[in-house]
Design a protein around this ligand. Structure first.
Ligand code: NAD
Length: 349
């Protein structure tokens, strides 16, 4: 594998590896950029077919964290860690203790948190080995479930898009189709319902969509139908790559704004949305509420400060919309440029 070639493709940064035979720990910490502060990002614990796939996942995810933190105005760079899940029996406590030692050895250059495959219990184990960890138990100064903050930020981002595109100051009567009503989607529906929006939802898990129907009067449609619902806003809150060759031509919404990470299957799908006159709220700009909340933990958790900073996602999204119009450029490119300008300014300072 062309290790340094990959680093240069993702415009890195540094990568750290740790093998601990006793616990079967095989971990990678990717620090994409530290110009704005210590790198912050979650720890993914899943099976990978190859070590190369794990390496590339860490690089890709860490780079995304740099962009998310910078645009949210956080004093953090982007990092991510990956633990390759052992295929055979392993001792989870010992494994996460070894991982905690690895993080501690990096002396705060990277701060870890939860991600796919890890949870609060794991971070509690990591906490016994290092202070460079967030997402711990609220009883130990942790920030708890990030989903309500992510949902709050998405609601603010939707409000900004609705103001910009539809000229409305409120969500009263605005029809929003929410794809996926899991952790974030559920809290988002709660926010939108309270703001007077009309909801249509879909989830592969029928119990979840029925809960949204019961609690928020949402109409329920099949998962195949949700991207093509006749509505004002399509809010992807399930998996990534929902905006793709198949869905872009069939979307009926005038705005795409939701919580899912990596919504565009390819960057060119952002260009396609722009060409169709559909306003897209860049995913890492609108879904930063959870990261904002976790970042508060680093300096001593304060829920009020998290909320205030998350509310500002409105301004960020509105700013992106205005620049996009002024430059006749797609919003996902505008957001990238805004981040790159911020990072370049730090170098010059
Ligand atoms: P989750 O797993 O709790 O919810 C996802 C929901 O989507 C589930 O209910 C699932 O059944 C449903 N789903 C899966 N495939 C679907 C499909 N094809 N159609 C409709 N529904 C489908 O996850 P979450 O924590 O709510 O995160 C949702 C998205 O937001 C993810 O992309 C995640 O990366 C992103 N995100 C989450 C947070 C956070 O704070 N949890 C922060 C930033 C970004």
């Amino acid at each position: 594998m062309d290790l340094f070639g990959k680093l240069s493709t993702y415009d890195f940064g540094g990568v750290h590896f740790r093998l601990d035979k006793a616990t079967q720990l095989r971990a990678i910490v990717a620090v994409h950029d530290s110009r704005l502060g210590p790198a912050l990002g979650g720890c993914r614990f899943i099976e990978y077919d190859t070590d190369e796939a794990a390496y590339e996942d860490a690089l890709r995810l860490a780079r995304g964290m740099t962009y998310k933190a910078a645009l949210a105005g956080l004093p953090h760079g982007g990092g991510k860690s990956v633990i390759i899940r052992p295929r055979h029996h392993f001792d989870r406590v010992a494994l996460f203790r070894a991982f905690g030692k690895f993080i501690d050895d990096l002396r705060g250059h990277y701060i870890t948190a939860e991600d796919s495959g890890t949870g609060l219990e794991d971070m509690e184990i990591v906490r016994t080995m290092t202070k460079h960890v967030t997402g711990v138990d609220p009883a130990h100064g942790g920030s708890g479930d990030p989903s309500p903050f992510t949902a709050l930020g998405v609601r603010r981002g939707i409000e900004a898009c609705v103001k910009f595109k539809l000229g409305k100051n409120s969500l009263e009567g605005v029809h929003i189709a929410v794809q996926g009503v899991g952790h974030v989607g559920y809290h988002l529906c709660k926010e939108l319902h309270a703001a007077g929006a009309k909801l249509t939802v879909a989830d592969v898990d029928k119990l979840k969509s029925e809960r949204a129907q019961r609690e928020f009067g949402a109409a329920v449609v099949d998962i195949a139908a949700i991207p093509t619902v006749e509505c004002d806003v399509f809010a992807p809150c399930a998996l990534g790559a929902g905006i793709n060759d198949d869905t872009v031509p069939r979307l009926k919404a005038r705005i795409v704004a939701g919580a899912a990470n990596n919504q565009l299957a390819e960057p060119s799908h952002g260009d396609d949305l722009h060409a169709r006159g559909i306003l897209y709220a860049p995913d890492y700009a609108i879904n930063a509420g959870g990261l904002i909340n976790v970042a508060q933990e680093v300096k001593g958790y304060d829920a009020k400060a998290s909320r205030e900073k998350t509310l500002k996602i409105y301004d960020t999204i509105y700013d992106i919309c205005e620049r996009s119009k002024r430059l006749s450029a797609p919003t996902h490119k505008v957001a990238d440029i805004m981040v790159e300008e911020k990072l370049a300014a730090v170098v010059r300072a």
